[in-house]
Design a binder for this molecule. Structure first.
Ligand code: GAL
Length: 686
């Protein structure tokens, strides 16, 4: 089997986090103590230099890396590796003073003042030049350091810039995309509407808040451009580093379900996917299990960006954050649970923001492994140290992969288009929420789903669910058809296949591009319900689902009707249909919105037909699994505050280091990782 271990030199999981020694250079005693405490907590990696530019280069052209080298040396001597960030996430004051073009311009055409972070212009040639220089110096000075594991590009790339440089780049991007033919753009964007035709590319502006926002194609293309431009900036940094250290892998830290960048595109330029996880644990609007499953969905999305490798949990807090609306502490045991969940979902690292709390400024009260008391005695420190011990026991699992046989389709273009479209209910579109709820329901059935693009090859899956796939990419219809014709079980919902990639409506009946034939229906109208309105759909076996928000009115072609509406003027009309294909494939269409929990029997039917086994899990118990090196690692998590017993399980529990045969009882917030050889034998061998 291919070695998918991210860091062979580490030989297991990374346990570490953001470390900011530059804030403590006048306290050598603290820097000394950090190393002692890191060893005590089982830390084997530190992420350095994320916001170090003003210390590296206090004045233009004057570089200081000695301190960093000393720290990396000391860490390495003590068995701690370094992930080194490029410092482009925040700029020194001299840079903005000398080159104001580096400061971003808002959608109201106002240029920022110096300050904050994550707010540079991605187009500015001067900023790119300065970033390239410092990246090059860093790589030349430290790229060969034996402790260096990987490059971490900038920090949480995001946002948009509306400056004249970006606007010009946007025009160039459009000219290239539309073959320098403005009529092609006018056609694609339907600009004759409201007399918005362009006569040359020079007339196009970004969609300013007080400017042109009524052309759907423009709005969408601006988002695509911003994503592309950020990717281009990131590639610019990567190119500099790869020139000096081609063998060192690169990543950048992604954010949960981040809206502004199409991560799938950025992922192509990264060696490894990493992301920052900050769930709102113990909130007052959902169950703890729901929060954990929300987090599992994020892991699945990130994992699916590069399914052939483990991903990295680059940041998480050991205790609390300082930026949620309510900064609640993780209850005892929850830290370990969340870390192990990341591992179960396919992460080969558990990393924190941050190692030590700073004394001042915005994040002084953000959780850290070491608190202001400076000791290794706190509850939080002890819980982190316990995670460190467990990760060592789990080392043989590193490099194993999650192999999902079901997939949920989720496109950034589609979410942007749905949010922008003048249709449906303003408050009830909820594309992400709809996807997540369906994903969670499959997971409650013990089935792992990848989260993939609508035009990806789907042949490795048996079940594919496509919620609200309003916008079809040029290859989507072909991909879906091939999937069903090869025996796949496909489920699509209301609001599928209305527009093409430019947001032009398909003519000839929705879902367009041939999908109406695939499903055997035409969607004629969509009814948007007021929040208090309800309808119901009824199946022939007496099952009923409650309908809220959306109900499409279908005209049947050659699909079979599984359920009909019960109320309103469309009472008796088809609401859930299925078209069967000779190879066993089926195309289901669910025309109305119902709670995912009610749809569970239908999901179970798809799984059964695809031969994907469900698991009978007790309430609040979550399951996922990794495979690698002739072993299967079955992970069970109890998200409840009461013990839970799971029956019919076997294996060597790598956490408690004992054999399980038949019955496993997990305490509140407990976890077990059962190792079995693929031959079916429990494996306790490392
Ligand atoms: C992340 C960021 C870190 C830190 C952390 C606090 O989004 O990358 O630098 O600010 O949030 O939770």
């Amino acid at each position: 089997m291919e070695n998918t271990m991210l860091f062979p030199q580490v030989g297991g999981f990374l346990h570490g986090g953001d470390y900011n020694p530059e804030q403590w250079l006048d306290r050598p005693d603290i820097l000394e103590e950090d190393v002692r405490l890191m060893k005590k907590a089982g830390i084997n990696s530190a992420t350095l230099g994320v916001f170090s530019w003003s210390v590296y280069e206090p004045a233009e052209g004057e570089f200081h890396f000695e301190w960093l080298e000393k720290i990396m040396d000391r860490l390495y001597e003590n068995g701690i590796y370094t992930i080194l960030a490029t410092p482009s996430g925040a700029r020194p004051a001299w840079l903005d003073a000398a080159y104001p073009e580096a400061m971003r311009v808002s959608d109201r055409n106002v240029r920022n003042h110096h300050g904050g972070r994550h707010n540079h212009c991605m187009s500015s040639p001067k900023y790119r030049e300065k970033v390239a220089l410092i990246d090059q110096k860093l790589a030349q000075r430290l790229g060969r350091h034996p402790g260096l594991l990987m490059w971490h590009i900038s920090n949480e790339l995001g946002g948009a810039c509306y400056c004249p440089l970006c606007a010009q780049r946007f025009r160039d991007y459009l000219a290239e995309k539309f073959d320098h033919d403005i009529e092609k753009l006018n056609k694609a964007w339907w600009t004759t509407f409201w007399s918005h035709r362009y006569h040359s590319f020079d007339q196009i502006e970004p969609p300013f808040a007080h400017g042109e926002r009524s052309i759907m194609g423009l709005n969408l293309e601006w988002k695509r451009f911003t994503s592309w431009n950020m990717q281009d900036f990131m590639k610019h940094e990567i190119a500099v580093l790869k020139k000096v250290t081609p063998e060192i892998p690169v990543t950048t830290n992604f954010m949960e379900l981040y809206y502004g960048l199409d991560y799938r595109k950025l992922a192509k330029d990264l060696d490894v996917i990493s992301w920052d996880s900050y769930p709102r644990f113990h909130n007052d609007y959902e169950s703890f299990a729901d929060t954990m499953l929300w987090n599992a969905f994020q892991h699945a999305l990130m994992r699916s960006l590069k399914p052939q490798k483990p991903f990295m949990l680059m940041e998480s807090t050991p205790s609390l954050v300082n930026w949620h609306p309510f900064n609640k502490l993780k209850r005892p045991g929850v830290h370990k649970l969340a870390c192990l969940q990341a591992v179960g979902c396919g992460s080969d690292t558990v990393q924190y923001f941050q190692w030590r709390k700073g004394r001042g400024s915005y994040e002084q009260f953000h959780g850290a492994v070491v608190d202001h008391d400076g000791s290794g005695e706190t509850r939080v420190f002890r819980e982190v140290a316990e995670v460190g011990e467990i990760l060592q026991r789990l080392a043989p699992m590193a490099g194993s992969l999650v192999k999902a046989r079901a997939a949920l389709l989720f496109d950034w273009d589609n979410r942007w288009a749905i949010d922008d479209v003048g249709a449906l209910g303003r408050q009830t579109k909820r594309y992400e929420d709809t996807c997540m709820k369906i994903w969670k329901e499959f997971r409650r059935l013990g089935v792992e789903m990848d989260v993939v693009a609508s035009d990806e090859d789907l042949s490795r899956y048996g079940v594919v669910v496509a919620p609200m796939l309003y916008m079809l990419q040029p290859d989507t219809a072909r991909t879906l058809r091939a999937f069903v014709e090869h025996g796949g079980q496909l489920l699509a919902t209301y609001f599928t296949g209305y527009v093409d990639e430019n947001q032009l409506c398909f003519l000839g009946g929705f879902p367009g591009d041939g999908l109406s034939d695939l499903f055997g229906i035409v969607s004629e109208e969509i009814d948007t319900l007021y929040p208090a309105d309800r309808n119901h759909v009824a199946f022939s076996d007496g099952t009923r689902w409650e309908v809220r928000d959306y109900a499409e009115l279908l005209r049947l072609k050659d699909a079979r009707v599984l359920a009909v509406y019960e109320e309103d003027f469309y009472r008796g009309r088809a609401a859930v249909t299925c078209k069967e294909y000779p190879g066993g494939g089926k195309a289901y269409y669910v025309a109305a919105r119902s709670e995912a929990g009610q749809m569970r029997p239908l999901f179970a039917r798809l799984l059964q037909d695809a031969g994907i086994p469900e698991k009978d899990l007790p309430e609040n118990v979550d399951y996922c699994s990794r495979v690698g090196g002739e072993c299967v690692y079955d992970c069970y998590f109890n998200y409840g505050t009461e013990p839970a017993t799971i029956f019919g399980v076997r294996g060597f529990d790598m956490i408690s280091e004992g054999y399980v045969d038949g019955e496993l009882t997990l305490p509140a917030y407990g976890a077990a990782i059962l190792k079995m050889e693929t031959s079916g034998e429990p494996s306790g061998e490392p």
